[in-house]
Ligand binder design. Structure first.
Ligand SMILES: Nc1ncnc2c1ncn2[C@@H]1O[C@H](COP(=O)(O)OP(=O)(O)O)[C@@H](O)[C@H]1O
Ligand SMILES: [Mg+2]
Length: 280
């Protein structure tokens, strides 16, 4: 199946937009931090409504790319990010995409509901309105009955769902998630992955999801972008045409392991480079 074929799945199209239209584009995005060359001429095209995962060895520039897509960081001159086919001028991306940073802290003195509405509130949405919406969403996020609890009263998985609800409540077409399940145990993580796919199919957003877990990268995605050792580049852009909805047992299916083997080969090579660079 070609990349485009995956996009014809009605599950993945958003509203009335034509399937496969580019939502987010990276054009020659590089980034230096002094002498550190973090990203090197990244080109990527993220289709509207797609679930794209980004995987790569630690230190390869995933969070740097995330920050650029979130509008928190500018690429080096010459590179650009396009949103809905329009190149975004410097400083123009912030606020146009919803994002959840790698360490998205909940405020301990705010209730579940008030943590969830934080981003919307900062954006100027009336608190009452935001709270009403959050109350409705709480059930979908597995938080019904916990709206007035405080973060320290919740399990790790629940805290992540509050942080995710905050990101969904910041109502944008594009959502960026930087290793949102990184701190969870394997079982909770697997539950959360299936839950996120279900939420995604109902709320319909374009998602860019960063992870260093290969099973997670494949299980969630329409497309996996594999990043290489620093300076970060896209080493592989693999369409994942496994059928949806996806069940937990999928990760043991031969189609799945075949893809995993392909990705592992690239990742191993890249991780080895990172390791060798560290030995020098
Ligand atoms: N603000 C910064 N200042 C200096 N170096 C940075 C900064 N942010 C990231 N780096 C460097 O850029 C490289 C990529 O980092 P990062 O994007 O965090 O990688 P990843 O998220 O893939 O682990 C690393 O070598 C890191 O030390
Ligand atoms: Mg990171």
């Amino acid at each position: 199946m070609t990349e485009a074929a995956g996009l014809l799945d009605p599950h993945l199209t958003v509203g009335t937009a034509p399937a496969g239209r580019e939502k987010l584009g990276l054009r020659g995005v590089s980034r230096h931090f002094g002498a550190v060359h973090a990203l090197d001429r990244i080109d990527a095209s993220i289709p509207e409504g797609a679930f794209v995962t980004l995987i790569g060895p630690s230190g390869c520039g995933k969070s740097t790319l995330f920050n650029i897509l979130a509008g928190l960081l500018e690429p080096d001159p010459g590179g650009s990010v396009a949103l809905d086919g329009m190149v975004v001028p410097p400083g123009g991306l912030l606020g146009r995409v919803a994002f959840m940073p790698q360490r998205d802290l909940l405020l301990p003195w705010r209730s579940v509901l008030d943590n969830a509405i934080l981003a919307a509130e900062v954006q100027g949405q009336p608190k009452k309105e935001a709270r009403a919406l959050a109350r409705e969403m709480a059930r979908d996020f597995g938080l019904a009955g916990f709206e007035d609890h405080f973060p320290q009263q919740l399990s790790g998985g629940m805290r992540q769902r509050v942080a995710l609800m905050r990101t969904f409540l910041f109502d944008r077409d594009v959502m960026l998630l930087d290793e949102p399940f990184g701190a969870l145990d394997a079982l909770t993580r697997s539950l959360m992955q299936r839950w996120l796919l279900d939420i995604w199919s109902r709320y319909r957003r374009t998602i860019v999801f960063i992870t260093h877990d290969i099973d997670e990268a494949i299980f969630l995605a329409d497309r996996v972008l594999v990043m290489g050792a620093r300076p970060g580049r896209i080493r592989m852009d693999r369409a994942i045409d496994l059928p949806r909805p996806r069940a937990a047992a999928l990760i043991t299916a031969p189609e799945f392991t075949a893809i995993k083997r392909e990705l592992l080969e690239v990742l191993e090579e890249e991780s080895l480079k990172t390791f060798q660079a560290g030995q020098r």
